[in-house]
Design a protein around this ligand. Structure first.
Ligand SMILES: CC(C)(COP(=O)(O)OP(=O)(O)OC[C@H]1O[C@@H](n2cnc3c(N)ncnc32)[C@H](O)[C@@H]1OP(=O)(O)O)[C@@H](O)C(=O)NCCC(=O)NCCS
Length: 179
């Protein structure tokens, strides 16, 4: 199923999913800047990710073109069976309505059949993010492996450790969709 074909209705705001385009980079950058909670990268970075990694990304927008949420992801070259969510963000006015869950569901459905793992790094102090990824695993009946990935000491600035969450294996059509 293509992302373009996936339309989600949430009350009272209708949100449509599609692949990102380079033009979306500016809105992604603005959303991250305004909402906080995510590390703000350069505007160039978001435009590049939206353009060159569109297959592993997603934007959720309202009928009037407001960005409600986005995913920027890639496939780690040494783990080609994984899709790695580098950033996922939901606008404050759309939170706790299941949008992040539905965006990840749509991302997984749009991946090639050989993708068996959903990965993300999560800071130990990000309760919402941890619960999001654990709930994705829980509802598919698969493991959410959690392991050290990038320690605090690796960062030159004050940056919390980033632990790797590895959800899978997502080997069947069933496990790519939530139950
Ligand atoms: C993390 C984030 C994407 C979740 O988006 P959301 O659309 O509100 O999440 P959902 O409504 O789909 O909820 C998914 C799960 O997370 C839980 N959850 C969401 N926000 C939560 C919070 N603040 N505290 C605890 N759990 C939370 C929900 O209860 C749900 O779990 P459940 O199925 O067990 O009930 C959003 O809070 C956000 O953009 N935060 C800032 C950016 C960030 O931290 N991104 C993640 C790191 S890349």
């Amino acid at each position: 199923m293509s992302l373009e074909a996936t339309q989600q209705q949430t009350e009272p705001v209708a949100v449509n999913f599609r692949r990102p385009r380079a033009e979306d980079g500016a809105a992604m950058w603005r959303l991250v800047k305004e909402m906080g909670g995510l590390e703000l990268n350069s505007a160039y970075f978001y435009a590049l990710f939206a353009k060159d990694f569109a297959d592993t990304g997603l934007v959720a927008e309202t009928d009037d073109g407001r960005l409600a949420g986005f995913i920027a992801g890639h496939r780690p070259p040494d783990r080609p069976d994984a899709v790695f969510v580098w950033q996922i963000g939901v606008a404050p006015w759309m939170r706790r309505q299941g949008l992040a869950r539905r965006m990840l569901d749509a991302l997984l459905v749009a991946q090639p059949a050989d993708i068996a793992w959903l990965e993300a790094t999560v800071s130990p102090d990000n309760a919402a993010s941890m619960q999001l990824f654990r709930s994705i695993a829980r509802d598919r009946g698969v493991d959410c492996q959690e392991q050290e990935y990038l320690s605090e000491a690796m960062f030159p600035n004050s940056h919390a450790a980033e632990n790797l969450f590895r959800i899978g294996p997502l080997t069947s059509e069933f496990s790519k969709k939530s139950s």
